[in-house]
Design a binder for this molecule. Structure first.
Ligand code: NOJ
Length: 568
C-alpha cells in the first residue's frame, strides 16, 4: 500500500506535468511589458540571405538555369518585370560582404546554395560545375577566416529548371533522389567546414505559392491538389537527406541537419469562442503543423486530415486530396530534425468561417477560416507585414508544447520598407527588431529552447514576386549604381549593440543605443545624398569627356581638310 502511494506521488506529478506541457494555452492574454535581461551566454546571433535573391551572375561560369530564372524572364510575373539576373552581384563581392558581416559582429551567417550553380541540370551524374563549387568554397572559407559560422540552406526555392521541364519538378517523386544526390555532394564538398544544414527554407511557400496561387515559380495554379502533393514530396526529401547525413556523414563531420519552417501566427479573434480558438489552431496547423507534425509527431495534423478528407468527400472525390504516409514512411520521417528552424514575420487574427465545398477545391477554403488584421496595428510598409511582436512569443510557445520542446533556431525574422529613394534611418526596423527580439527573450524565460536568432536580411535584395520594391536589408543596396554599393542603415548600429550586450541590459543603455543609431544614420544619409553627385561625376568622366574629345578631333580634322583644299 505504502509503495503504491509513493509510486503515485512520484508518477502523478510527472503525468500532470507532461500533460500541461502538451497543452497550448489559447486563452492566455498576458503580454507583459518590455523585459530587460540577457540571453544565455551560448546564444548565437546572425543574419541571413539566399542565393537567388542576392548572387546575380545568373548564367555565369557554367551555372544552369533555375525555375526562378525562367519565371522572372517571363513578362508579367514579377513587379515591373524585375529579375535577379544581377541583383546585389553577391557572386562577385565575397570579400566586401564578409566585411559587412564582420562589422555587424554576427556569430553566424545564413546563406543558401544554388543547386543549378553546382549541378547545372540538377542531375549529379550528368555534370558537377567546379566553378560553382569554388564560389561556395571561397564564401565558406571567407566566413570561417572571420570566425563566422556558416549556416547553409540547401533549397531556398531555386530548383534547376531542367528538373521542372523534364519531370514537373516537385510534383514528381523522383525529386527526392535528385535532391538527395545534390545534398550528398554538398556534404561531401563543404561538410568538413559546414556544421549547420537546413534542407528546405519555407516549404509552405514552395508548395502554396508555387503550386496553388502560382505567385512564385514555377507559377502553377493546381488548386486544392498541387500544394499537397508537392509538400508530400518535400517532406520525404527532407527525411531522406537527414537519413543520408545521419548514416554517412554525421560520425565524421559532427554537424546537424534541420528544416526551416516559416509561418504567421494565428490568434483567435474572440478567445472566449471555442470556434475561433479551433479556427486559429487550424490556421497554424495548415501552415506550420503541415510540415512540423510529420517530422516531430509522425503524421499530418489530425485537423488537416479531417478537414481535407471531408471536403474531398463532399466534392465527390473517392479519396482525400491530402496524400497519406504508410506506417513505414511515418516512422522513417519521424524524428528527422536535429533542430527546428522557425521563421516568422507577422500575425493575423482568425475567425471561423464555412466555405461551401461547391466552390471547388482549394487549400485556402479547406481551412474554413477568415484572416483579419487589427485596424489599430500600425500601417505596414509591405502590405502583409504588420508588426505584432507578441505573436512571436505565442508561436514559440506553441512550438514548445506541440513538438516536445525541440531545439529551436530562429532562421528568419525581419521587416521591409517600400522606399525607392535612399532611406538609411530605418526607425521602424529598429522598433520591429527590438520588439520581436524581446518577445523571443520572454519565450526563453517561458522555457522555449531557442539557441540562435537570424535577422532577415543582411542587405536589400530581390524580393521574389515583389522584385526590388520591398527592402528587407540591414544594409541599403544602391541597385542603380554599377557596382551596387552597400550602406549601413541605422538598424545595423542597433542590432550590433544587441549582439554585443547579448540582449537588453537596462532602459538607459537601450535608449542610448537608439540615440547613437539614429545619429549615425543621419551622417551616413549625407554620404548617400552625395551619391548622385558621384554618379554624375562618373557620367562626366565616362561619357561626356570622351564624346567631347571625339567631337573635337572630328571637327579639327574637317577644318584641316577644308584648309588644305583652299590652299591647293
Ligand atoms: C521568407 C523567405 O524565405 C525570404 O526569402 C523572403 O525574403 C522573406 N520571407 C520576406 O518575404
Amino acid at each position: 500500500m505504502m509503495a503504491c502511494i509513493i509510486w503515485m506521488l512520484q508518477v502523478l506529478p510527472l503525468i500532470f506535468c507532461a500533460w500541461g506541457e502538451s497543452d497550448f494555452q489559447w486563452t492566455q492574454t498576458d503580454r507583459g511589458s518590455f523585459y530587460y535581461g540577457t540571453f544565455p551566454p551560448t546564444f548565437m546571433w546572425g543574419v541571413g540571405s539566399s542565393a537567388y535573391q542576392t548572387e546575380g551572375a545568373w548564367d555565369t561560369d557554367g551555372k544552369g538555369q533555375s525555375i526562378w530564372d525562367v519565371f522572372t524572364h517571363k513578362k508579367g510575373k514579377v513587379f515591373m518585370n524585375h529579375t535577379a539576373d544581377s541583383s546585389c552581384d553577391g557572386y562577385y563581392k565575397v570579400k566586401d560582404d564578409t566585411e559587412l558581416l564582420k562589422e555587424l559582429k554576427v556569430s553566424h551567417y545564413r546563406l543558401s546554395i544554388s543547386w543549378p550553380r553546382i549541378i547545372p541540370t540538377g542531375v549529379r551524374a550528368e555534370n558537377v560545375n567546379e566553378k560553382g563549387i569554388k564560389y561556395y568554397n571561397d564564401l565558406i572559407n571567407g566566413l570561417l577566416e572571420k570566425n563566422i559560422t556558416p549556416v547553409v540552406t540547401l533549397y531556398h526555392w531555386d530548383l534547376p529548371h531542367n528538373l521542372q521541364e523534364k519531370f514537373n519538378g516537385w510534383q514528381n517523386i523522383s525529386m527526392v533522389t535528385y535532391f538527395n544526390d545534390y545534398a550528398n555532394l554538398s556534404f561531401e564538398r563543404f561538410g568538413d567546414r559546414v556544421k549547420h544544414w537546413i534542407t528546405f527554407n519555407n516549404p509552405w511557400s514552395v508548395a502554396v505559392e508555387g503550386f496553388e496561387t502560382g505567385e512564385h515559380a514555377p507559377g502553377l495554379k493546381l488548386r486544392g491538389t498541387g500544394a499537397y502533393k508537392v509538400a508530400h514530396h518535400l517532406i520525404k526529401a527532407h527525411a531522406k537527406v537527414w537519413h543520408t547525413y545521419n548514416k554517412h556523414w554525421r560520425s565524421k563531420q559532427k554537424g546537424m541537419v534541420g528544416i526551416s519552417l516559416t509561418t504567421e501566427w494565428g490568434e483567435p479573434v474572440d478567445i472566449s469562442s471555442q470556434k475561433d480558438i479551433e479556427a486559429a489552431e487550424r490556421f497554424v496547423q495548415f501552415n506550420f503543423g503541415w510540415f512540423a507534425n510529420p517530422i516531430y509527431n509522425g503524421d499530418y495534423p489530425q485537423i488537416m486530415k479531417e478537414y481535407i478528407g471531408q471536403k474531398s468527400a463532399q466534392q465527390g472525390l473517392g479519396m482525400s486530396r491530402l496524400p497519406t504516409f504508410s506506417s513505414q514512411e511515418k516512422s522513417y520521417i519521424k524524428g528527422t530534425s536535429d533542430f527546428l528552424g522557425v521563421g516568422h514575420f507577422t500575425t493575423r487574427y482568425i475567425t471561423s468561417r464555412n466555405f461551401p465545398s461547391t466552390q471547388g477545391p482549394s487549400y485556402f477554403t479547406d481551412r474554413d477560416l477568415t484572416e483579419l488584421v487589427d485596424p489599430k496595428w500600425p500601417e505596414p510598409e509591405s502590405k502583409w507585414l504588420y508588426s505584432v511582436p507578441w505573436g512571436f512569443r505565442r508561436l514559440l510557445n506553441f512550438v514548445k508544447t506541440q513538438y516536445g520542446n525541440p531545439l529551436v533556431f530562429v532562421t528568419e525574422n525581419g521587416v521591409s520598407e517600400k522606399m525607392h529613394c535612399a532611406q538609411l534611418c530605418d526607425e521602424w526596423r529598429i522598433q520591429y527588431l527590438k520588439g520581436y527580439i524581446n518577445e523571443m527573450l520572454k519565450a526563453i524565460k517561458d522555457g522555449v529552447n531557442i539557441q540562435s536568432y537570424t535577422a532577415w536580411s543582411l542587405m536589400d535584395k530581390f524580393e521574389w514576386d515583389e522584385g526590388f520594391s520591398e527592402r528587407f536589408g540591414l544594409y541599403y543596396v544602391e541597385f542603380k549604381s554599377k557596382n551596387k554599393p552597400r550602406y549601413p542603415k541605422a538598424s545595423v548600429q542597433f542590432y550590433k549593440r544587441i549582439i554585443s550586450a547579448n540582449g537588453f541590459p537596462n532602459p538607459r543603455e537601450v535608449e542610448k543605443w537608439h540615440r547613437i543609431s539614429t545619429e549615425t544614420c543621419s551622417t551616413t544619409n549625407q554620404l548617400l545624398a552625395a551619391d548622385p553627385l558621384v554618379s554624375h561625376m562618373e557620367m562626366v568622366t565616362e561619357i561626356v569627356v570622351p564624346t567631347v574629345c571625339t567631337l573635337c578631333i572630328l571637327i579639327s580634322a574637317v577644318l584641316l581638310m577644308i584648309l588644305l583644299r583652299r590652299q591647293s
